[in-house]
Design a protein around this ligand. Sequence first.
Ligand SMILES: C=CC1=C(C)c2cc3[nH]c(cc4nc(cc5[nH]c(cc1n2)c(C)c5CCC(=O)O)C(CCC(=O)O)=C4C)c(C)c3C=C
Ligand code: FE2
Ligand code: FE2
Length: 366
Amino acid sequence: MRSRFLPEPEVPAHAPLRGVPGIVLVNLGTPSAPEPAAIRRFLREFLSDPRVVELPRWLWWPILNGPVAWLRPRRIQHNYASVWLPGGSPLLVHSLAQRDALQARLRERGVAAEVVLAMRYGEPALAGAIDGLRARGCGRILVLPLYPQYSASTTATVVDAVAAHLARLRNQPETRFVLRYSEDAGYIAALAESVRAHWRSQGRGGHLLMSYHGLPKASVALGDPYHAECEATSRHLARALGLADDAWTMTFQSRFGAAEWLQPYTEPTARALAGQGVRTLDVVCPGFAADCLETLEEVAQGCARTFRDAGGQALRYIPALNAEPAWIDALATLAERNLLGWAPGSSHDVRTSHDPTPEEDRREQD
Ligand SMILES: C=CC1=C(C)c2cc3[nH]c(cc4nc(cc5[nH]c(cc1n2)c(C)c5CCC(=O)O)C(CCC(=O)O)=C4C)c(C)c3C=C
Ligand SMILES: [Fe+2]
Ligand SMILES: [Fe+2]
């Protein structure tokens, strides 16, 4: 009989019942090459997710498969090419470095867990990452999206995709999700340290922009908590840096389409600040755990040009946390906390009754 479910991986018979836990870091996804065909493939998958573009299908489908699929890739290929790294797209390169650094840090801490990277759209695929962990005997999986602030258009789509894959499995792994860490102390401390390091090496700018990826205003009106979470991150970061209220501004970038998005927008704000006499502008993008097209091309290049053209002297972009040690430490702590009771060796480990040590066995019999 053919089963409607996927075949189960063969895990060695002597493998422990649930094995060590697996951790899936998940980021958005990015084209496999800075070329129109690869960009088109990526945009088609990403922008056909109904959580990303909420327009009715009959209206959106012709736009996506017409102008977006055929004009946008040709237009933005040069943007991608201008930030492309020898190892590939910056988003992929930095996310892989985060995976490796997190794996190493957990080992140093004596926490047994297998870390893999997946992209929500494109490669490495989420389903493949989960199957890879299962084949290595991981019966418990922690999904850790690289989105500090929850949004339906990012975090929830990861949950959707994981759930859709689990729906095809017979022997489902125990699964946990980290939905947000916008106010996490380690994350805020890592951000603050990255800003301070920038100030130490380049001097303090006249103003600090905290720029987040935007979202249609309508989504927030319908209950998406994203704006409130960006605000929470920004206030914590400002407090950690000891900034007065008029020394920083929260803005939103990467607007897409004709609708109104969260305001104030980053680029016009940079222009206005130059007009008000700000000479040097520091910009940090706390919502992007890894540098990507939106930070390196749109902000570090594009907004910097706008700022200079408007009379400013220099916009100095502060790199994303990427594989910064303080951030990897924060990620490791976040992971450990969410592995509670799962990870042998973790300081948070709660041994289950399934596998008592011989010594515990003896004690229990006494
Ligand atoms: C309606 C469209 C979009 C929504 C909603 C949206 C939300 C959103 N996106 C990120 C993070 C990233 N977005 C990136 C690129 C990107 N985003 C959109 C559109 C929406 N994003 C597009 C069309 C693109 C591709 C580039 C372009 O065509 O301009 C990226 C970078 C990817 C890369 O290859 O480097 C990231 C990261 C968040 C956090 C978010 C909601 C909170
Ligand atoms: Fe986006
Ligand atoms: Fe963009």
